[in-house]
Design a protein around this ligand. Structure first.
Ligand code: 26V
Length: 870
């Protein structure tokens, strides 16, 4: 065989693929080898034992039964008697006991879906930022009370066990958290869905700060203490191939065909996770793939005794699912990342075609059975993969294969930043996936024929629309491939979808206007209100009943209570309780005292220049400077605790400099007695879902201050508004819709609009003129530049200040004054607590639209087709 570009450590792996082309599932049984045929079901002979004939039922839902099940798990699975068990044993036993209570629902849901098949959603996402599982499972299965009592009866501290869980951080930020909210909603709505993704051995890095306040990344070894929520399923392993070459051959009927002769393969092992619906007896599946060396390889190792080479190849295979890529400053050119993308979509499509569909299924009807939703461009390589399967493995001709493929995918775009759109170097695709590259070229040729026929003589347009970019390098534009092949293309908020249609994918939207649609994002009210904010959830439920948890528009019924003084007082009490809880955590973990009557001003999100954490910092420095210069007394400022949470991509230099500066400013401001504690800046390290669940309910003010036209949607903005924070924000992403719903009087708008930004940039933006003409701005920047926050060291602030004055790509200086004015309105508004609470209540009451249940209904109605409904 010819081996193309196989790493040297992989000679063995490459060699064995010669004689092991069959899928893992086709390896024949021998008495020595365990069965790998996942299609053979049940016993060979009818069972005679009466118990085998009874359907599986879960354990009894009483405290005593739970205690019994729990001790059984602790003693006989963990091998730890209660008296000698560690907290980790106790947590693992609890998780596994809760899991066993969910099991009957999972089995029943799967059986029902098999018996009454409906069109299924295959949600393809490289990221799922799940957050902790225990509380979610307790909430959705309505076991919380039983478990609380059971743990108390055993003398165990449930909170201590909860704290033991390491959250699966298998995502970078908004995109991954959105996927987690969507699968939650689909289970709650009883929609048939499998979420497909990657079981990264290391999730998003753990952020730590040096004493000086710089970000350092530590590996997130989330599996180290056990993974009680997952079910490995090695008997449903899938082979995935890479490399090699393609060739022409004549098939049995003498037809000339192409085929792929891969160079090497790995095995994908599925790990299943339950996705319980909210108290509805449904549990869907999240299937995350882990890469291993192939089993044929194991056999070869055994025979050859070439142990060291063999282990090296094993490691190579495992590298594919080893680590989540922290969203970097440039997405291109990471070979391993393309391997990850192809690995998980190839596993998922294969698993669906061979594991879920019946063997004799007529593939021309595939689009009636499945819609694969592409969460951004990361899974877009699934398109040529399905084409390849239909063409090469099922012998279809191009038109047949395309007729099917072009109806099986829908694509969601999650960005507007040109640098975030994936373009894979063609030579890399050709090296790793030579057959897929041919197919992509085939799709492009056919597509460009259509473009030329539609716009004769318009070669400029042909070049602009081509899936294949010719400069600055020959590359595959994954967003174009998705736009060509998908039945629907959507953006994630109204403004974003408009800009997609009018700017990023304008030519595609003109060619196929009916393809383009919007689905505004949403968040799950279960995790982000009911679970994270018990004080508010209980108040809402006691006022309007608990229907809102499944039907968030019911929050509208709270509107009249905004004018009810007693309700406002109760609402404030709930907010205070959340602030006190957060203050307790800050005291325990950071030795910080947070006064809960101060305004909690929250900016939590990834660190990116377009999100403009620097603008927030300039506001802090301005307030600080006005106090220390004597312009105002500390008593004159509205007391604030500013809370940041943000990770920077490890390779994103400027973002890391900004984190450093925030920490430096925090240290100086917090220690300066002249401020009298009326301005505090806290920046807990390692912002993640668990921290979000603590910070968001405690927020008074939500900072959504991205440059207009840059934030596709935002979802933190929705979580904060639903938890009763007022937003200070630009007209960007879903802020636009939040403001429209809550009303101008309950939202602090500032800044340039997207068209104004575009105009200003067209004219030539000059940050220096804003600096020169605004003394407040000059003082704030001057104080930073002087080294005041960096022990007199000006060089460390040089890059930030220099860039702001020379480039300021995200127009921080242009929006500065408008932002200050809006913050002054915030200060004034916070002074009238009754009016503030009224606005906050109206924010909650009017944001029911931002439930991910609604988003899922929109996908069903506008993208997937009503037939996915049960
Ligand atoms: C990726 C990259 C890659 C390198 C260059 C810098 C950069 C900046 C951003 C991104 C993110 C792309 C995808 C993403 O996470 N989008 C987020 O999706 C959320 C869910 O739809 C949405 O709320 C956020 O506004 C959007 O940024």
């Amino acid at each position: 065989m010819r081996c193309v570009s196989v790493p040297s450590g992989l000679r063995l792996l490459a060699r064995i693929t010669d004689d092991s082309e069959a899928a893992v599932s086709d390896v024949p049984d021998t008495p020595e080898a365990p069965s790998r045929d996942f299609r053979r079901l049940g016993p060979r002979a009818a069972p005679t034992h009466p118990l085998a004939l009874v359907p599986a039922v879960g354990p009894e839902r009483t405290v005593d039964a739970f205690v019994r099940e729990y001790l059984e798990e602790l003693n006989f699975s963990q091998g730890a008697p209660l008296a000698r068990s560690t907290v980790n044993h106790q947590y693992l036993a609890l998780a596994r006991t809760v899991r066993s209570y969910l099991m009957a629902d999972w089995l029943e849901t799967a059986a029902r879906r098999r018996e009454q098949p409906t069109k299924m959603v295959g949600y393809l996402s490289a990221e799922y930022l799940l957050g902790r599982q225990l509380d979610n499972a307790l909430l959705n299965s309505d076991l919380a009370e039983i478990v609380e009592q059971a743990m108390a009866a055993l003398g165990l501290d449930l909170n201590e066990l909860r704290a033991q869980e390491v959250e699966p951080g298998l995502g970078n930020g908004g995109l991954g958290r959105l996927a987690a909210c969507f699968v939650d909603s689909l289970a709650t709505m009883d929609v048939s869905c499998i979420g497909f993704g990657i079981r990264y051995e290391y999730g998003i890095f753990t952020q730590v700060f040096t004493p000086d306040g710089r970000q350092v990344e530590a590996p997130d070894n989330w599996l180290a203490l056990g993974a009680p929520w997952e079910f490995p399923n090695p008997d449903r392993a899938v082979r995935v191939s890479f490399g090699g070459h393609t060739e022409t051959y004549a098939d049995d009927s003498g037809r000339e065909r192409r085929r792929w002769v891969p160079g090497w393969s790995v095995r994908g092992i599925p790990y299943n996770y339950m996705v319980p619906g909210y108290r509805n007896g449904v549990a869907n599946t999240l299937r995350l793939w882990s890469a291993e060396a192939t089993s044929a390889f194991d056999l070869e190792t055994f025979n050859s005794g070439d142990y060291v080479d063999a282990v090296r190849a094993q490691t190579f295979a495992q590298n594919i699912s080893k680590v989540l890529y922290p969203e970097d400053s440039t997405p291109q050119g990471r070979e391993l990342r393309l391997q990850q993308q192809y690995f998980f979509v190839a596993c998922s499509i294969n698993d669906y075609l061979h594991g879920t569909l019946s063997k004799d299924f007529d593939l021309t009807r595939l689009p009636e059975q499945i819609i694969f939703q592409l969460n951004d461009t990361h899974p877009v390589i699934a398109i040529p993969e399905l084409m390849r399967i239909l063409l090469d493995e099922h012998g279809m001709n191009w038109d047949q294969a395309w007729a099917i493929t072009s109806r099986c995918f829908a694509y969601t775009c999650h960005t507007l930043l040109p640098e975030a759109l994936e373009v894979w170097p063609a030579d890399l695709v050709g090296r790793l996936l030579p057959r897929h590259l041919e197919i992509i070229y085939g799709i492009n040729d056919q597509f460009l024929d259509l473009v030329r026929a539609t716009y004769p003589g318009d070669e400029l347009r042909v070049r602009a629309m081509s899936i294949v970019a010719e400069a600055p390098f020959k590359g595959i534009r994954m967003a174009h491939l998705a736009a060509v092949a998908a039945t629907k293309v959507n953006g994630v908020a109204e403004l974003h979808s408009t800009l997609l249609r009018e700017k990023v994918l304008v030519d595609f939207a003109r060619l196929w206007p009916e393809k383009f649609t919007n689905v505004t994002n949403g968040v799950t009210p279960r995790r982000f209100v009911r679970m994270a904010n018990r004080p508010l959830a209980d108040l809402i439920t006691s006022t309007i009943g608990d229907g809102w948890v499944r039907d968030l528009e019911k929050l509208r019924e709270l509107e009249p209570y905004a004018d009810d003084a007693a309700f406002r007082e109760a609402f404030r009490a709930a907010k205070r309780a959340n602030k006190e809880r957060l203050a307790g955590i800050a005291l325990r973990t950071g030795d910080l005292v947070l006064p809960t009557d101060h305004l909690f001003d929250v900016m939590v999100k990834r660190l990116h220049e377009y999100k403009r954490q620097l603008l927030k910092l300039l506001h802090i420095v301005t307030t600080y400077e006005s106090i220390i210069s004597g312009e105002v007394t500390p008593e004159q400022v509205t007391p604030r605790v500013v809370i940041f949470g943000a990770k920077a991509a490890p390779g994103y230099r400027m973002a890391k400099e900004i984190i450093h500066l925030i920490n430096r400013v925090a240290a100086v401001v917090n220690a300066d007695e002249r401020v009298c504690g009326r301005l505090q800046v806290v920046f807990p390290a390692n912002y993640n879902v668990t921290l979000a669940e603590r910070i968001i309910p405690a927020a008074d003010l939500s900072e959504q201050i991205s440059l207009a036209g840059k934030e596709a949607s935002g979802t933190g903005n929705m979580k904060l508004a639903l938890n009763g924070a007022l937003t200070i924000g630009t007209d960007d992403g879903a802020n636009v819709e939040i403001r429209r719903l809550v009303g101008d009087e309950n939202f602090f708008l500032f800044g340039l609009t997207e068209p104004e930004v575009a105009d200003l940039q067209r004219q030539g933006y000059s940050p220096g003129s804003y600096f020169e003409s605004n003394p407040t701005l000059r003082r704030a920047i001057g104080l930073i530049a002087s080294g005041h926050f960096t022990d007199g060291d000006r060089s460390v602030v040089g890059p930030i200040v220099g860039d702001l004055l020379a480039n300021d790509r995200y127009l921080v200086l242009a929006d500065f004054q408008s932002y200050l004015d809006a913050q002054a309105r915030v200060d004034a508004a916070y002074g009238d607590q009754d009016a503030w609470s009224r606005s906050a209540i109206l924010n909650v009451a009017r944001c029911g639209f931002f439930s991910s249940d609604r988003a899922m209904r929109d996908y069903i109605d506008r993208i997937w087709g009503a037939e996915v409904r049960r």
